[in-house]
Design a protein around this ligand. Sequence first.
Ligand code: NG1
Ligand code: ZN
Length: 533
Amino acid sequence: MADPITEVAQQHPAPDGVIYQYGTAGFRTKAEVLDSVLTRVGLIAALRSRALKGKWVGVMITASHNPPEDNGVKLVEPMGNMLQEEWEVLSTKMANQPAGEVFKYYKELATANRIDLNSPARVVVARDTRASGARLLGCLQDGLKAAGAESKDYGFLTTPQLHYMVRCLNTEGTKDSYGTPTEQGYYEKFGVAFKNALRGKKPSGSLTVDGANGVGGPKLTELIKYLPPKEEGLEIFVVNDNVIKPESLNVDCGADYVKTNQRAPPTSKTGPGDRCCSLDGDADRVVYYFKDTNNVFRLLDGDRIATLVASFLGDLVRQSGLADSVTIGVVQTAYANGAATNYVQQHLKLKVDCTPTGVKYLHHAAEKLDVGVYFEANGHGTVIFSHDTLETIATHEPKSPGQKEALDVLRACINLINQAVGDALSDFLLVEVVLAHKNWGPQEWLSTYTDLPNRLLKVVVNDRKIFQTTDAERRLVKPEGVQQQIDKEVQKVRQGRSFARASGTEDAVRVYAEAATKAEAEDLARKVAEIVK
Ligand code: NG1
Ligand code: ZN
Protein backbone atom coordinates (compact mmCIF):
# COMPACT_ATOMS: atom_id res chain seq x y z
CA MET A 1 0.00 0.00 0.00
CA ALA A 2 1.25 3.48 -0.84
CA ASP A 3 2.03 5.96 1.94
CA PRO A 4 -0.77 8.49 2.67
CA ILE A 5 1.02 11.36 0.95
CA THR A 6 1.58 9.56 -2.34
CA GLU A 7 -2.00 8.35 -2.08
CA VAL A 8 -3.50 11.86 -1.83
CA ALA A 9 -1.15 13.19 -4.50
CA GLN A 10 -2.44 10.46 -6.82
CA GLN A 11 -6.04 11.09 -5.80
CA HIS A 12 -5.68 14.71 -6.89
CA PRO A 13 -3.46 14.56 -9.97
CA ALA A 14 -2.34 17.69 -11.81
CA PRO A 15 -3.70 18.13 -15.34
CA ASP A 16 -1.15 17.62 -18.11
CA GLY A 17 0.91 20.54 -19.23
CA VAL A 18 -0.05 23.08 -16.58
CA ILE A 19 2.85 24.84 -14.85
CA TYR A 20 2.03 26.49 -11.54
CA GLN A 21 3.69 29.42 -9.87
CA TYR A 22 3.34 30.92 -6.43
CA GLY A 23 3.10 34.55 -7.55
CA THR A 24 2.54 37.89 -5.83
CA ALA A 25 -0.81 36.65 -4.58
CA GLY A 26 -0.13 32.93 -4.16
CA PHE A 27 -1.31 30.38 -6.74
CA ARG A 28 -4.08 31.84 -8.85
CA THR A 29 -5.66 30.48 -12.01
CA LYS A 30 -8.78 28.72 -13.35
CA ALA A 31 -10.38 26.88 -10.43
CA GLU A 32 -10.78 23.68 -12.47
CA VAL A 33 -7.01 23.06 -12.57
CA LEU A 34 -6.28 23.80 -8.91
CA ASP A 35 -7.17 20.56 -7.08
CA SER A 36 -3.64 19.18 -7.08
CA VAL A 37 -2.24 22.53 -5.98
CA LEU A 38 -4.52 22.70 -2.94
CA THR A 39 -3.53 19.23 -1.78
CA ARG A 40 0.14 20.10 -2.07
CA VAL A 41 -0.36 23.46 -0.35
CA GLY A 42 -1.75 21.38 2.53
CA LEU A 43 1.55 19.52 2.67
CA ILE A 44 3.59 22.72 2.46
CA ALA A 45 1.49 24.43 5.16
CA ALA A 46 2.12 21.49 7.50
CA LEU A 47 5.86 21.67 6.81
CA ARG A 48 5.92 25.44 7.30
CA SER A 49 4.15 25.14 10.65
CA ARG A 50 6.53 22.41 11.76
CA ALA A 51 9.51 24.52 10.66
CA LEU A 52 8.10 27.22 12.96
CA LYS A 53 7.80 24.86 15.94
CA GLY A 54 4.09 24.21 15.51
CA LYS A 55 2.97 27.83 15.27
CA TRP A 56 -0.32 28.35 13.43
CA VAL A 57 0.01 29.17 9.75
CA GLY A 58 -2.91 30.20 7.55
CA VAL A 59 -4.25 29.07 4.20
CA MET A 60 -6.71 31.35 2.38
CA ILE A 61 -8.63 30.06 -0.62
CA THR A 62 -9.46 33.05 -2.79
CA ALA A 63 -8.78 34.67 -6.13
CA SER A 64 -9.54 38.17 -4.86
CA HIS A 65 -10.66 40.42 -7.74
CA ASN A 66 -10.35 37.74 -10.44
CA PRO A 67 -13.44 36.49 -12.31
CA PRO A 68 -15.79 33.96 -10.63
CA GLU A 69 -14.40 30.95 -12.50
CA ASP A 70 -10.89 31.53 -11.08
CA ASN A 71 -9.65 30.62 -7.68
CA GLY A 72 -6.41 30.62 -5.79
CA VAL A 73 -4.64 29.92 -2.55
CA LYS A 74 -2.14 31.77 -0.42
CA LEU A 75 -0.26 30.99 2.75
CA VAL A 76 -0.06 33.22 5.81
CA GLU A 77 2.87 33.39 8.25
CA PRO A 78 2.28 33.24 12.05
CA MET A 79 2.19 37.02 12.60
CA GLY A 80 -0.32 37.40 9.78
CA ASN A 81 2.26 38.33 7.16
CA MET A 82 2.56 36.93 3.65
CA LEU A 83 4.57 33.77 3.09
CA GLN A 84 8.37 34.09 3.21
CA GLU A 85 9.87 34.29 -0.26
CA GLU A 86 12.04 31.21 0.13
CA TRP A 87 8.89 29.19 0.84
CA GLU A 88 7.15 30.63 -2.20
CA VAL A 89 9.87 28.94 -4.27
CA LEU A 90 9.46 25.65 -2.39
CA SER A 91 5.67 25.86 -2.85
CA THR A 92 6.11 26.36 -6.59
CA LYS A 93 8.40 23.33 -6.78
CA MET A 94 5.99 21.21 -4.76
CA ALA A 95 3.06 22.22 -6.96
CA ASN A 96 4.93 21.08 -10.08
CA GLN A 97 6.15 17.67 -8.81
CA PRO A 98 4.73 14.63 -10.60
CA ALA A 99 2.36 12.82 -8.20
CA GLY A 100 4.84 9.97 -7.73
CA GLU A 101 7.55 12.37 -6.60
CA VAL A 102 5.53 14.38 -4.08
CA PHE A 103 6.35 12.27 -1.03
CA LYS A 104 10.04 12.22 -1.92
CA TYR A 105 10.10 16.00 -2.26
CA TYR A 106 8.17 16.38 1.02
CA LYS A 107 10.82 14.35 2.82
CA GLU A 108 13.62 16.24 1.07
CA LEU A 109 12.19 19.53 2.29
CA ALA A 110 11.95 18.17 5.81
CA THR A 111 15.59 17.10 5.78
CA ALA A 112 16.86 20.32 4.18
CA ASN A 113 14.98 22.47 6.70
CA ARG A 114 15.64 20.19 9.69
CA ILE A 115 11.95 19.57 10.22
CA ASP A 116 10.83 16.81 12.55
CA LEU A 117 7.93 15.22 10.67
CA ASN A 118 6.46 13.88 13.89
CA SER A 119 6.25 17.30 15.54
CA PRO A 120 2.92 19.15 15.66
CA ALA A 121 1.67 21.16 12.68
CA ARG A 122 -1.21 23.62 13.00
CA VAL A 123 -3.02 25.19 10.09
CA VAL A 124 -6.02 27.54 9.94
CA VAL A 125 -8.09 27.69 6.82
CA ALA A 126 -10.74 29.99 5.34
CA ARG A 127 -12.19 30.77 1.94
CA ASP A 128 -14.09 33.39 -0.01
CA THR A 129 -17.53 32.77 -1.54
CA ARG A 130 -16.51 31.27 -4.89
CA ALA A 131 -18.47 28.20 -6.03
CA SER A 132 -15.26 26.18 -6.36
CA GLY A 133 -14.21 26.95 -2.78
CA ALA A 134 -15.85 23.94 -1.12
CA ARG A 135 -14.24 21.44 -3.52
CA LEU A 136 -10.82 23.06 -3.19
CA LEU A 137 -11.15 23.09 0.59
CA GLY A 138 -11.67 19.32 0.43
CA CYS A 139 -8.47 18.92 -1.61
CA LEU A 140 -6.58 21.06 0.89
CA GLN A 141 -7.89 19.08 3.83
CA ASP A 142 -6.82 15.82 2.18
CA GLY A 143 -3.28 17.23 2.03
CA LEU A 144 -3.38 18.43 5.64
CA LYS A 145 -4.69 15.09 6.84
CA ALA A 146 -2.05 13.12 4.94
CA ALA A 147 0.64 15.32 6.51
CA GLY A 148 -0.86 14.76 9.98
CA ALA A 149 -1.61 18.45 10.59
CA GLU A 150 -4.14 19.73 13.08
CA SER A 151 -6.46 22.11 11.27
CA LYS A 152 -9.08 24.70 12.11
CA ASP A 153 -11.61 25.69 9.45
CA TYR A 154 -13.16 29.15 9.85
CA GLY A 155 -15.46 28.67 6.84
CA PHE A 156 -16.05 31.92 4.98
CA LEU A 157 -13.82 34.84 5.95
CA THR A 158 -12.33 37.86 4.26
CA THR A 159 -8.61 37.46 3.59
CA PRO A 160 -7.70 40.03 6.27
CA GLN A 161 -9.94 38.26 8.80
CA LEU A 162 -7.96 35.08 8.22
CA HIS A 163 -4.69 36.99 8.70
CA TYR A 164 -6.16 38.39 11.91
CA MET A 165 -7.07 34.89 13.18
CA VAL A 166 -3.58 33.59 12.50
CA ARG A 167 -1.96 36.47 14.39
CA CYS A 168 -4.40 36.15 17.28
CA LEU A 169 -3.89 32.39 17.61
CA ASN A 170 -0.12 32.81 17.80
CA THR A 171 -0.17 35.68 20.28
CA GLU A 172 -3.01 34.46 22.51
CA GLY A 173 -2.16 34.82 26.17
CA THR A 174 1.08 36.77 25.50
CA LYS A 175 1.76 40.46 26.06
CA ASP A 176 1.55 40.95 22.28
CA SER A 177 -1.94 39.43 22.15
CA TYR A 178 -3.64 40.79 19.04
CA GLY A 179 -7.22 39.91 19.96
CA THR A 180 -9.63 37.02 20.36
CA PRO A 181 -9.30 34.53 17.48
CA THR A 182 -12.98 34.46 16.61
CA GLU A 183 -15.14 36.36 14.15
CA GLN A 184 -16.88 38.03 17.05
CA GLY A 185 -13.47 38.98 18.48
CA TYR A 186 -12.60 40.66 15.19
CA TYR A 187 -15.84 42.66 15.08
CA GLU A 188 -15.56 43.66 18.73
CA LYS A 189 -11.96 44.82 18.37
CA PHE A 190 -12.59 46.99 15.32
CA GLY A 191 -16.00 48.18 16.55
CA VAL A 192 -14.58 49.45 19.84
CA ALA A 193 -11.57 51.03 18.14
CA PHE A 194 -13.83 52.84 15.66
CA LYS A 195 -15.94 54.29 18.45
CA ASN A 196 -12.87 55.35 20.44
CA ALA A 197 -11.17 56.87 17.41
CA LEU A 198 -14.25 58.92 16.54
CA ARG A 199 -14.36 60.30 20.09
CA GLY A 200 -17.85 61.67 19.67
CA LYS A 201 -17.28 63.10 16.18
CA LYS A 202 -20.06 62.03 13.85
CA PRO A 203 -19.19 61.30 10.19
CA SER A 204 -21.34 63.45 7.90
CA GLY A 205 -23.96 61.84 5.67
CA SER A 206 -23.73 58.14 4.91
CA LEU A 207 -21.38 55.70 3.22
CA THR A 208 -22.46 53.22 0.54
CA VAL A 209 -20.23 50.16 0.45
CA ASP A 210 -20.11 47.91 -2.63
CA GLY A 211 -19.20 44.38 -1.52
CA ALA A 212 -18.26 43.12 -5.03
CA ASN A 213 -20.85 40.36 -4.44
CA GLY A 214 -18.16 38.68 -2.38
CA VAL A 215 -17.43 37.71 1.19
CA GLY A 216 -16.91 41.35 2.28
CA GLY A 217 -20.64 42.16 2.01
CA PRO A 218 -22.02 39.73 4.60
CA LYS A 219 -19.02 40.25 6.87
CA LEU A 220 -19.59 44.00 6.81
CA THR A 221 -23.27 43.48 7.62
CA GLU A 222 -22.08 41.56 10.68
CA LEU A 223 -19.48 44.20 11.61
CA ILE A 224 -22.13 46.96 11.48
CA LYS A 225 -23.84 45.31 14.48
CA TYR A 226 -20.73 46.14 16.53
CA LEU A 227 -20.41 49.79 15.39
CA PRO A 228 -22.05 52.74 17.15
CA PRO A 229 -25.72 53.17 16.12
CA LYS A 230 -26.18 55.35 13.04
CA GLU A 231 -27.56 58.23 15.12
CA GLU A 232 -24.15 58.53 16.83
CA GLY A 233 -21.84 57.08 14.25
CA LEU A 234 -21.84 56.24 10.58
CA GLU A 235 -24.81 55.20 8.49
CA ILE A 236 -23.64 52.43 6.14
CA PHE A 237 -25.55 51.02 3.18
CA VAL A 238 -24.21 47.70 1.91
CA VAL A 239 -24.83 47.07 -1.81
CA ASN A 240 -23.69 44.34 -4.21
CA ASP A 241 -23.71 41.77 -1.43
CA ASN A 242 -25.27 38.91 -3.34
CA VAL A 243 -23.20 35.89 -2.37
CA ILE A 244 -26.03 33.48 -3.18
CA LYS A 245 -25.15 33.99 -6.85
CA PRO A 246 -21.38 33.38 -6.92
CA GLU A 247 -21.28 33.97 -10.69
CA SER A 248 -21.90 37.66 -9.95
CA LEU A 249 -18.68 38.02 -7.94
CA ASN A 250 -16.63 41.02 -9.13
CA VAL A 251 -18.89 41.36 -12.18
CA ASP A 252 -19.63 45.02 -12.95
CA CYS A 253 -18.82 45.91 -9.35
CA GLY A 254 -16.03 45.90 -6.79
CA ALA A 255 -12.79 47.80 -6.31
CA ASP A 256 -11.04 46.47 -9.40
CA TYR A 257 -13.96 47.35 -11.67
CA VAL A 258 -14.11 50.88 -10.27
CA LYS A 259 -10.36 51.50 -10.39
CA THR A 260 -9.81 49.99 -13.84
CA ASN A 261 -12.86 51.52 -15.52
CA GLN A 262 -12.70 54.78 -13.56
CA ARG A 263 -16.46 54.63 -13.07
CA ALA A 264 -19.01 53.61 -10.45
CA PRO A 265 -20.69 50.20 -10.74
CA PRO A 266 -23.62 50.55 -13.19
CA THR A 267 -26.04 49.68 -10.36
CA SER A 268 -24.88 52.65 -8.28
CA LYS A 269 -27.73 55.02 -7.42
CA THR A 270 -26.00 57.55 -5.21
CA GLY A 271 -26.34 61.29 -5.72
CA PRO A 272 -23.75 64.09 -5.94
CA GLY A 273 -21.45 64.32 -2.91
CA ASP A 274 -22.48 60.91 -1.51
CA ARG A 275 -19.50 58.91 -0.30
CA CYS A 276 -19.15 55.42 -1.82
CA CYS A 277 -16.48 52.78 -1.61
CA SER A 278 -15.94 49.41 -3.26
CA LEU A 279 -14.28 46.36 -1.79
CA ASP A 280 -12.75 43.57 -3.86
CA GLY A 281 -13.79 39.90 -3.78
CA ASP A 282 -11.89 39.04 -0.60
CA ALA A 283 -12.12 42.49 1.02
CA ASP A 284 -8.46 43.36 1.24
CA ARG A 285 -8.77 46.29 -1.15
CA VAL A 286 -10.91 49.42 -1.02
CA VAL A 287 -11.30 52.50 -3.19
CA TYR A 288 -13.55 55.51 -2.57
CA TYR A 289 -15.45 57.58 -5.12
CA PHE A 290 -18.28 60.08 -5.48
CA LYS A 291 -20.07 62.17 -8.07
CA ASP A 292 -19.19 65.84 -7.89
CA THR A 293 -21.72 68.67 -8.24
CA ASN A 294 -21.45 68.36 -12.03
CA ASN A 295 -22.27 64.65 -11.77
CA VAL A 296 -18.71 63.74 -12.77
CA PHE A 297 -17.29 60.53 -11.28
CA ARG A 298 -14.34 61.17 -8.96
CA LEU A 299 -12.06 58.39 -7.75
CA LEU A 300 -10.26 58.43 -4.40
CA ASP A 301 -7.90 55.48 -4.74
CA GLY A 302 -5.16 53.91 -2.63
CA ASP A 303 -2.85 56.89 -3.18
CA ARG A 304 -5.54 59.14 -1.76
CA ILE A 305 -6.12 56.90 1.24
CA ALA A 306 -2.36 56.89 1.93
CA THR A 307 -2.05 60.68 1.73
CA LEU A 308 -5.16 61.24 3.86
CA VAL A 309 -4.05 58.82 6.54
CA ALA A 310 -0.40 59.94 6.54
CA SER A 311 -1.43 63.56 6.94
CA PHE A 312 -3.82 62.71 9.79
CA LEU A 313 -1.33 60.53 11.65
CA GLY A 314 1.31 63.24 11.16
CA ASP A 315 -1.02 65.78 12.80
CA LEU A 316 -1.78 63.43 15.70
CA VAL A 317 1.90 62.69 16.31
CA ARG A 318 2.70 66.42 16.37
CA GLN A 319 -0.30 67.32 18.53
CA SER A 320 0.61 64.54 21.00
CA GLY A 321 4.08 66.02 21.46
CA LEU A 322 5.77 63.09 19.75
CA ALA A 323 7.16 64.82 16.65
CA ASP A 324 10.75 64.36 17.79
CA SER A 325 10.46 60.66 18.56
CA VAL A 326 8.20 59.25 15.83
CA THR A 327 8.67 59.68 12.08
CA ILE A 328 6.15 58.70 9.44
CA GLY A 329 6.97 57.45 5.96
CA VAL A 330 4.88 56.51 2.95
CA VAL A 331 5.59 53.48 0.76
CA GLN A 332 4.27 53.38 -2.80
CA THR A 333 4.80 51.48 -6.03
CA ALA A 334 5.51 52.89 -9.48
CA TYR A 335 1.73 52.95 -10.06
CA ALA A 336 1.28 55.75 -7.54
CA ASN A 337 0.22 58.91 -9.30
CA GLY A 338 3.11 61.38 -9.62
CA ALA A 339 0.94 64.06 -8.03
CA ALA A 340 0.46 61.89 -4.92
CA THR A 341 4.19 61.32 -4.56
CA ASN A 342 4.77 65.02 -4.97
CA TYR A 343 2.10 65.90 -2.40
CA VAL A 344 3.64 63.61 0.22
CA GLN A 345 7.14 64.92 -0.34
CA GLN A 346 6.48 68.61 -0.90
CA HIS A 347 3.35 69.28 1.14
CA LEU A 348 3.35 66.70 3.94
CA LYS A 349 7.17 66.75 3.98
CA LEU A 350 7.33 63.01 4.50
CA LYS A 351 9.70 60.46 3.02
CA VAL A 352 8.45 58.27 0.16
CA ASP A 353 9.90 54.85 -0.65
CA CYS A 354 9.08 53.07 -3.91
CA THR A 355 9.02 49.26 -4.09
CA PRO A 356 8.13 46.66 -6.74
CA THR A 357 4.45 45.75 -7.13
CA GLY A 358 3.06 43.32 -4.57
CA VAL A 359 2.05 44.01 -1.02
CA LYS A 360 4.83 41.95 0.47
CA TYR A 361 7.42 44.40 -0.90
CA LEU A 362 5.55 47.40 0.44
CA HIS A 363 5.01 45.74 3.80
CA HIS A 364 8.69 44.89 4.03
CA ALA A 365 9.74 48.49 3.29
CA ALA A 366 7.16 49.83 5.76
CA GLU A 367 8.55 47.56 8.48
CA LYS A 368 11.76 49.60 8.41
CA LEU A 369 9.90 52.78 9.41
CA ASP A 370 8.53 53.99 12.77
CA VAL A 371 5.13 54.40 11.14
CA GLY A 372 4.89 53.03 7.62
CA VAL A 373 1.84 53.97 5.57
CA TYR A 374 1.69 51.74 2.51
CA PHE A 375 -0.95 51.50 -0.17
CA GLU A 376 -0.98 50.33 -3.73
CA ALA A 377 -2.90 52.70 -6.00
CA ASN A 378 -5.53 49.95 -6.38
CA GLY A 379 -6.48 50.32 -2.70
CA HIS A 380 -4.47 47.50 -1.16
CA GLY A 381 -2.63 48.58 1.97
CA THR A 382 -2.45 49.47 5.64
CA VAL A 383 -0.30 51.24 8.23
CA ILE A 384 2.23 49.48 10.41
CA PHE A 385 3.90 50.71 13.58
CA SER A 386 7.30 49.45 14.72
CA HIS A 387 7.54 47.74 18.08
CA ASP A 388 9.52 50.65 19.57
CA THR A 389 7.04 53.19 18.22
CA LEU A 390 4.12 51.31 19.78
CA GLU A 391 6.00 51.36 23.07
CA THR A 392 6.75 55.10 22.74
CA ILE A 393 3.11 55.91 22.01
CA ALA A 394 1.84 53.64 24.80
CA THR A 395 4.09 55.15 27.46
CA HIS A 396 4.08 58.82 26.40
CA GLU A 397 2.85 61.21 29.11
CA PRO A 398 0.77 64.03 27.62
CA LYS A 399 1.63 67.51 28.91
CA SER A 400 -1.68 69.23 28.16
CA PRO A 401 -5.33 68.32 27.61
CA GLY A 402 -4.73 68.98 23.88
CA GLN A 403 -1.88 66.47 23.83
CA LYS A 404 -3.99 63.95 25.70
CA GLU A 405 -6.86 64.30 23.27
CA ALA A 406 -4.58 63.72 20.26
CA LEU A 407 -2.83 60.83 21.97
CA ASP A 408 -6.13 59.09 22.76
CA VAL A 409 -7.18 59.32 19.11
CA LEU A 410 -3.77 58.09 17.96
CA ARG A 411 -3.95 55.08 20.28
CA ALA A 412 -7.46 54.24 19.09
CA CYS A 413 -6.33 54.50 15.46
CA ILE A 414 -3.58 51.97 16.13
CA ASN A 415 -6.24 49.50 17.27
CA LEU A 416 -8.45 50.34 14.31
CA ILE A 417 -5.72 49.52 11.79
CA ASN A 418 -5.28 45.87 10.89
CA GLN A 419 -1.52 45.71 11.18
CA ALA A 420 -1.26 42.17 9.91
CA VAL A 421 -2.32 43.06 6.38
CA GLY A 422 -4.35 45.54 4.30
CA ASP A 423 -7.98 45.20 5.32
CA ALA A 424 -10.74 46.96 3.37
CA LEU A 425 -13.13 47.02 6.36
CA SER A 426 -10.57 48.44 8.78
CA ASP A 427 -9.23 50.82 6.10
CA PHE A 428 -12.58 52.39 5.31
CA LEU A 429 -13.40 52.81 9.00
CA LEU A 430 -10.08 54.63 9.37
CA VAL A 431 -10.86 56.88 6.40
CA GLU A 432 -14.24 57.69 7.98
CA VAL A 433 -12.53 58.60 11.26
CA VAL A 434 -10.12 60.94 9.47
CA LEU A 435 -12.89 62.61 7.45
CA ALA A 436 -15.01 63.04 10.61
CA HIS A 437 -12.13 64.65 12.52
CA LYS A 438 -11.21 66.93 9.64
CA ASN A 439 -14.88 67.64 9.03
CA TRP A 440 -14.29 66.87 5.36
CA GLY A 441 -16.49 65.45 2.67
CA PRO A 442 -15.08 63.70 -0.40
CA GLN A 443 -14.71 67.00 -2.28
CA GLU A 444 -12.36 68.45 0.37
CA TRP A 445 -10.40 65.21 0.32
CA LEU A 446 -10.13 65.34 -3.46
CA SER A 447 -9.03 68.97 -3.39
CA THR A 448 -5.78 68.20 -1.54
CA TYR A 449 -4.01 67.69 -4.91
CA THR A 450 -4.87 67.09 -8.55
CA ASP A 451 -4.04 63.70 -10.04
CA LEU A 452 -2.03 63.65 -13.22
CA PRO A 453 -4.13 62.10 -16.02
CA ASN A 454 -3.02 58.51 -16.49
CA ARG A 455 -3.71 55.33 -18.40
CA LEU A 456 -3.06 51.69 -17.53
CA LEU A 457 -3.03 49.19 -20.41
CA LYS A 458 -2.71 45.43 -20.50
CA VAL A 459 -0.65 44.17 -23.42
CA VAL A 460 -0.71 40.51 -24.42
CA VAL A 461 2.77 39.43 -25.50
CA ASN A 462 4.34 36.15 -26.59
CA ASP A 463 6.50 35.72 -23.52
CA ARG A 464 6.17 38.16 -20.64
CA LYS A 465 9.18 36.66 -18.84
CA ILE A 466 11.59 38.44 -21.18
CA PHE A 467 10.59 41.76 -19.61
CA GLN A 468 13.05 42.33 -16.80
CA THR A 469 13.07 45.46 -14.70
CA THR A 470 15.18 47.44 -12.27
CA ASP A 471 14.68 50.51 -10.03
CA ALA A 472 11.48 49.20 -8.38
CA GLU A 473 10.15 48.14 -11.80
CA ARG A 474 10.37 51.65 -13.19
CA ARG A 475 12.91 50.75 -15.87
CA LEU A 476 13.36 47.80 -18.21
CA VAL A 477 16.79 46.24 -18.49
CA LYS A 478 15.56 43.61 -20.95
CA PRO A 479 14.74 43.28 -23.80
CA GLU A 480 17.66 45.49 -24.66
CA GLY A 481 16.91 48.83 -26.24
CA VAL A 482 13.23 48.88 -25.26
CA GLN A 483 13.74 51.27 -22.32
CA GLN A 484 15.54 53.76 -24.60
CA GLN A 485 12.53 53.72 -26.94
CA ILE A 486 10.18 54.33 -23.99
CA ASP A 487 12.38 57.21 -22.74
CA LYS A 488 12.18 58.83 -26.14
CA GLU A 489 8.37 58.81 -26.10
CA VAL A 490 8.23 60.02 -22.48
CA GLN A 491 10.37 63.05 -23.33
CA LYS A 492 7.87 64.14 -25.96
CA VAL A 493 5.06 64.84 -23.48
CA ARG A 494 4.75 67.29 -20.60
CA GLN A 495 5.11 65.78 -17.10
CA GLY A 496 5.42 62.43 -18.80
CA ARG A 497 6.21 59.20 -16.97
CA SER A 498 5.72 55.69 -18.25
CA PHE A 499 6.89 52.18 -17.51
CA ALA A 500 6.20 48.61 -18.61
CA ARG A 501 6.48 45.46 -16.50
CA ALA A 502 5.32 41.87 -16.64
CA SER A 503 2.24 41.25 -14.50
CA GLY A 504 2.74 38.83 -11.64
CA THR A 505 -0.87 37.68 -11.69
CA GLU A 506 -1.87 37.66 -15.37
CA ASP A 507 -0.22 36.55 -18.57
CA ALA A 508 0.39 40.08 -19.85
CA VAL A 509 2.62 43.12 -19.67
CA ARG A 510 1.18 46.19 -18.00
CA VAL A 511 1.91 49.63 -19.36
CA TYR A 512 1.38 52.70 -17.21
CA ALA A 513 1.61 56.27 -18.47
CA GLU A 514 0.86 59.66 -17.01
CA ALA A 515 1.19 63.16 -18.43
CA ALA A 516 -0.05 66.72 -18.08
CA THR A 517 -3.20 66.08 -20.13
CA LYS A 518 -5.48 63.10 -20.67
CA ALA A 519 -4.76 63.08 -24.40
CA GLU A 520 -1.01 63.00 -23.83
CA ALA A 521 -1.29 60.25 -21.19
CA GLU A 522 -3.46 58.09 -23.49
CA ASP A 523 -1.17 58.68 -26.41
CA LEU A 524 1.94 57.87 -24.40
CA ALA A 525 0.40 54.64 -23.09
CA ARG A 526 -0.54 53.58 -26.61
CA LYS A 527 2.95 54.31 -27.95
CA VAL A 528 4.65 52.40 -25.14
CA ALA A 529 2.23 49.49 -25.67
CA GLU A 530 3.27 49.43 -29.34
CA ILE A 531 6.93 49.32 -28.29
CA VAL A 532 6.52 46.31 -25.99
CA LYS A 533 4.19 44.37 -28.29
P1 NG1 B 1 0.21 42.51 -11.23
O1 NG1 B 1 -0.69 41.63 -11.99
O2 NG1 B 1 1.56 41.92 -10.91
O3 NG1 B 1 0.28 43.89 -11.84
C1 NG1 B 1 -1.80 43.05 -9.53
C2 NG1 B 1 -1.88 44.49 -9.08
C3 NG1 B 1 -1.02 44.64 -7.84
C4 NG1 B 1 -1.36 43.62 -6.76
C5 NG1 B 1 -1.47 42.22 -7.34
C6 NG1 B 1 -2.02 41.19 -6.38
C7 NG1 B 1 -1.96 46.54 -10.44
C8 NG1 B 1 -1.33 47.37 -11.49
N1 NG1 B 1 -1.34 45.39 -10.12
O4 NG1 B 1 -0.45 42.75 -9.78
O5 NG1 B 1 -1.11 45.96 -7.39
O6 NG1 B 1 -2.51 43.99 -6.06
O7 NG1 B 1 -2.29 42.20 -8.52
O8 NG1 B 1 -3.39 41.26 -6.18
O9 NG1 B 1 -3.00 46.93 -9.88
ZN1 ZN C 1 -8.05 41.04 -2.75
